[in-house]
Design a protein around this ligand. Structure first.
Ligand code: GLC
Length: 434
């Protein structure tokens, strides 16, 4: 399933990892402290909390139980936050604003690093205690702010096009590389009696962080950008409009079913698993769950994944993922640091991939023959991550994402013309990204 350009991306990845190794002065074990990083010492040992979004696989519980059995005086208690990224962020921000000691290790979405670092809600981490040269470079960059490390990438995320390989094969169509191909392929599939009622395509279109992701992807996949190279917003462009219009038209023409406007990741997953969708934009975690043979999925073994489609060729993913950081207000930071190390060993990442199909952040696992046998899409996923575009890096990220969500939602729900929505968004982002 290696997508076009995978070899080139792999070469780029190797070069990137090499560059990182050079920048890190040789990585862990090579003269700690001699690399210029003077992160303050992290002291204190004892019980801590680990604050995370909903654990859809129960694997976090398993890893925490493993840690707890080996660390009697340093027990970790999981604090589980809601499913949506925005709701998680809100609780973590509120906790930090009152300088609460209740949260120790924070499972941060990759887009929150600038906000949490600039406000000093999380502490700088000692770079030389992590072998970051063995991690995917784009993932490491999401954990940095002004050249300092504030978190460690635990799992990455790249968008994938899930498709029903059984139905496509029966209709005699190949996985689409462009939006037009997707629409044409879907028409053929829907001529099959068993697919007559299926929706063609869905992503995440509820008004929350997932919509920011899907909007960013649509814009980048149409050749546009959200911010230009100098960091200025650039959404009032024909390319950005073409990207947004593809979603607007998708809803209007019924290619995207109306109810998909209420989908976050989990609602979409349930629809895909119920056999209600031919194509779907989704993260890798769905692979394991939709392949379950315990009766929870009707599509186990019947789907595959391909690169996201774009306007004139393959599309561009928005870079997702999660990093662990330590709250500035927490006690027992030495325990917290060890816990992060425990969660990011090769062994822990392997176990997490096997249990959850989440994207590892350690490069090596993408080329592991045994893992490739079980997860044949790993090269497609690696290409998605290495070719992904980050969402805007902003200290006021909460306001930035709200502005994007409102503009995109107004357009896809038909309450605002896409050109007007983008014009307003351009003005708003101009104020926020100064
Ligand atoms: C996934 C991604 C994260 C993104 C979120 C949006 O959790 O890893 O980066 O913000 O989805 O819903």
């Amino acid at each position: 399933m290696a997508g076009p350009g995978t070899t080139a991306l792999r070469v780029a990845a190797m070069a990137a990892v090499g560059a990182l190794a050079a920048a890190c002065g040789g990585g862990s074990g090579s003269g700690a402290g001699a690399t210029g990083s003077a992160a303050p010492a992290l002291d204190g040992r004892g019980d801590i909390t680990f604050v995370t979004g909903k654990d859809t696989s129960n694997n976090m519980q398993k890893l925490v139980a493993e840690w707890n059995s080996g660390h009697p005086g340093e027990q970790v208690r999981i604090v589980e936050l809601p499913e949506s990224a925005d709701a998680q962020r809100q609780q973590m921000v509120q906790n930090a604003q009152v300088k609460s000691t209740a949260y120790t290790v924070l499972n941060l979405d990759v887009v929150w690093t600038p906000e949490f670092a600039a406000n000093r809600w999380v502490v700088e981490l000692p770079r030389d205690q992590f072998d970051l040269d063995n991690f995917l470079k784009p993932a490491v960059q999401t954990a940095e702010y002004r050249d300092k490390l504030y978190a460690v990438p635990v799992y990455s995320d790249g968008g994938l096009l899930y498709y029903r390989k059984d139905l496509l094969a029966k209709a005699g169509v190949a996985p689409p590389k462009t939006w037009d191909e997707l629409t044409a392929a879907c028409q053929k599939v829907k001529a099959l009696p068993e697919a007559a009622n299926a929706g063609c395509y869905a992503g995440q279109f509820e008004k929350y962080e997932g919509l920011t992701v899907n909007f960013d992807e649509a814009v980048h996949s149409a050749g546009g950008t959200i911010v230009d190279d100098s960091g200025k917003p650039a959404v009032d462009t024909p390319q950005a409009k073409a990207g947004l219009d593809r979603l607007v038209q998708g809803f209007k023409a019924g290619v995207i079913p109306q109810k998909a406007i209420t989908y976050k990741e989990e609602e979409g997953r349930r629809a895909f698993q119920a056999g209600e969708l031919v194509f779907q934009r989704q993260w890798p975690y769905q692979w394991a769950l939709a392949n379950k043979t315990d009766g929870s999925s009707t599509v186990a073994g019947k789907f595959d994944v391909a690169p996201l489609p774009g306007a004139a060729g393959p599309g561009v993913s928005s870079l997702g993922g999660h990093n662990f950081a330590i709250s500035a207000f927490a006690e027992h930071k030495a325990t917290a640091l060890d816990f992060i190390k425990f969660f990011t060993t090769e062994q822990a990442e392997r176990s997490n991939l096997l249990a959850t199909s989440q994207a590892p952040t350690r490069t090596k696992l993408y080329d592991d023959p045994e893992l490739l046998k079980q997860f044949p899409y790993l090269p497609t996923l690696k290409a998605s991550i290495l070719g992904a575009k980050p969402r805007p890096k902003a200290v006021r990220y909460g306001d930035v994402t709200t502005a994007i969500q409102e503009a995109a939602y107004a357009a896809i729900s038909g309450t605002k013309d896409s050109a007007a929505a983008l014009k307003e968004l351009q003005t708003q982002l101009g104020g926020l990204l100064k």
